[in-house]
Design a protein around this ligand. Sequence first.
Ligand SMILES: Nc1ncnc2c1ncn2[C@@H]1O[C@H](COP(=O)(O)OP(=O)(O)O)[C@@H](O)[C@H]1O
Ligand SMILES: [Mg+2]
Length: 245
Amino acid sequence: MPNDPLFQFIDVSYEAGGNKILSRINFAVHKGEFLAVLGASGAGKSSLLRMFNSLTSPSQGQINFRTQNIDSDIQCLRKNVGILFQNPVVFSGNIRDNLLAAGRWDNNIAQTLDHELTHALEQVEMGNIELTHNAKDLSGGEQQRLALARTLLNHPQVLLLDEPTSNLDPKLSRSIMDLVDKLRKTLKLTVIAVSHDHLLMRRYAGRVIVLSRGEIVGDGPFKALDRSAVFEKAGLLGNEVNDET
Ligand SMILES: Nc1ncnc2c1ncn2[C@@H]1O[C@H](COP(=O)(O)OP(=O)(O)O)[C@@H](O)[C@H]1O
Ligand SMILES: [Mg+2]
């Protein structure tokens, strides 16, 4: 059915090391959404995000991906659901080596031709950089774009972002998020972005889930929530670093 959710969390809780990290999480994500998950440090954002590609599994409850249990085909899940972390994963070697590392999830990628790799670089606006360029010589922003290009080679439906710009200055953060948003539109991606930076996220996300101490304390359109007491209660106000211009 066209309106079936892409992901559905049903009464999901997560405990680790004797800590209750997520409690009774219920929500659904639909195709094409740009969802921001906001919360203070330690709220459980990364734990929640990692569940979308089964890097973390619930202690209780169930997660469905396209109506099936999320663990029913992990290889298919990981190919469809790419993730970018705060510190981009960069392997030793050149850009080509780094892009071909996507082959962990796609058996065909080892045969990927250079023009496809160059196309992925163009998608992340790095078409001017040679495939033979040493990846470790790239700037922080370029390394994040390279990690994004590697993910795109798997033709994902979903992009998970875990504070992908918190090591970058505000201008670079905006340019990476502008790129992600452009790709969301052109490639019809669903984007789920975890952040503590509500001023950055409100530029892009239509919907926000607010996490506080492992519980969802707000879920709705950004405009309805971002000036509300929910944000204050979740520790999101104060210390904002990005300007609103
Ligand atoms: N595997 C784990 N074992 C024990 N505690 C954990 C584990 N993973 C996360 N935590 C704790 O759970 C809380 C939430 O962590 P995390 O999901 O990383 O939050 P956030 O990304 O919002 O900062 C933190 O207090 C963290 O120390
Ligand atoms: Mg985190």
